[in-house]
Design a protein around this ligand. Structure first.
Ligand code: AMP
Ligand code: TRP
Length: 346
């Protein structure tokens, strides 16, 4: 165990791949906004992770800016926090190499996201897709970040980042001490995965998570959907014939109902129990009307602001550049220390 304490710092990343949706918002971006009051935060558009699967270059450029716009439209203040894209800060790639020599093949072989994304034809997946979690560990550890807000699906990757940090601290313990960093160089980053909507499910199938890559657009609410689209998707969302229960126990075995209640609770900022107290015993149609209302109220202004921001790409690029400079100023000295610790001459 280390006795070292590290200053609190928040890091998180979102891939610029396809449409941002309600799951990204409730699982991650909404928390980014809340954390900025209490922490120094870095929010990164992880374009290098995006190219682990094929991307169209023009579309990638567009979505990098769109994700940055979503952070800002949702309320992340670019004056207060560093908003930047990963490829502009080369420490991410450099540290990923070093940490790739710390991580073990056996650890990566257990990663379920790789198995899902690679599918049956694993031999044909990119090497980058396989080492994706090492780059993610480098993202976080480049800033010696202590807290990482993410959705439930990233839990395993965060555990791997902790394992890599711990092994680096152990492997280089003597050198870390010698260079004046005490008994640990990297903190063990903690995932912040909580709340009613850490895992938002598809509107068409309560057993699948809401995802950018689902071929059915009806399965998700995109941040850029207008009020009519949101209303249509919520009204068509899959449910079951029973009325809503009045207590949480009644949601068991009813994934679609549980999902909609969780979404309502997260959007309205209330406890699930309160939602059930209000709508329990009633028909789904009334509850869905209320859900449409809160969803449009919350997401409508975000979508509109995103559209306004992306219409001026030069301003977004300036924000990303400034963010990258701030990020670099933290990451570069950390990486110079890593070089000393592992024994590189510089
Ligand atoms: P990604 O789109 O994979 O880069 O994810 C960006 C962030 O959104 C990560 O923190 C994910 O954990 C989170 N996220 C993605 N899908 C969902 C979902 N269906 N429910 C909750 N969080 C999600
Ligand atoms: N893997 C994350 C996702 O798909 C994105 C990500 C990349 C990330 N690097 C990160 C999240 C560092 C948190 C911290 O959602």
């Amino acid at each position: 165990m280390t006795t070292q304490t590290f200053p609190s710092r928040v890091f998180s990343g979102v891939q610029p791949t396809g449409n941002l949706h309600l799951g990204n918002y409730l699982g991650a971006i909404q928390k980014f906004v809340a954390l900025q009051a209490d922490y120094e935060c870095l929010y990164c558009v992880v374009d290098m992770h995006a190219i682990t699967v094929a991307q169209d270059p023009d579309e990638l450029r567009r979505t990098i800016r769109e994700v940055a716009a979503a952070f800002i439209a949702a309320g992340v203040d670019p004056q207060k926090n560093a908003i930047f894209n990963q490829s502009q800060v080369s420490v991410h790639a450099e540290l990923a190499w070093v940490l790739g020599c710390t991580a073990r093949i056996g650890w990566l072989n257990r990663m379920t996201q790789f198995k899902e994304k690679a599918g049956k034809d694993r031999e044909n997946a990119s090497v980058g897709l396989y080492t994706y979690p090492v780059l993610m560990a480098a993202d976080i550890l480049a800033y010696r970040a202590t807290h990482v807000p993410v959705g439930e699906d990233q839990k395993q990757h965060l555990e791997l980042a902790r394992d890599i940090a711990q092994k680096f601290n152990n492997d280089f313990a003597a050198s870390i001490e010698k260079h004046g960093f005490g008994d640990a160089f990297f903190p063990l980053p903690e995932p912040l995965i909580q709340g009613a909507a850490a895992r938002v499910m598809s509107l068409r199938d309560g057993s699948k998570k809401m995802s950018k890559s689902d071929p059915s657009d009806q399965s998700r609410i995109n941040l850029t959907d207008d009020a009519d689209a949101i209303a249509a998707k919520v009204r068509k969302a899959k449910t079951d014939p029973e009325p809503l229960p009045s207590e949480a126990a009644g949601l068991e075995g009813r994934p679609e109902a549980a999902n909609l209640v969780g979404i309502y609770a997260a959007l309205a900022g209330v406890e699930q129990a309160k939602v059930l107290g209000e709508f329990g015993g009633g028909q789904f149609s009334a509850f869905k009307n209320a859900l449409v209302e809160v969803a449009v109220e919350k997401l409508g202004p975000i979508g509109a602001e995103m559209k306004r921001l992306v219409a001026d790409p030069a301003s977004i690029d300036a924000i990303l550049k400034r963010g990258a400079e701030r990020a670099e100023a933290i990451a570069r000295p950390n990486f110079e220390a890593v070089k000393d610790i592992v024994g590189f001459v510089r």
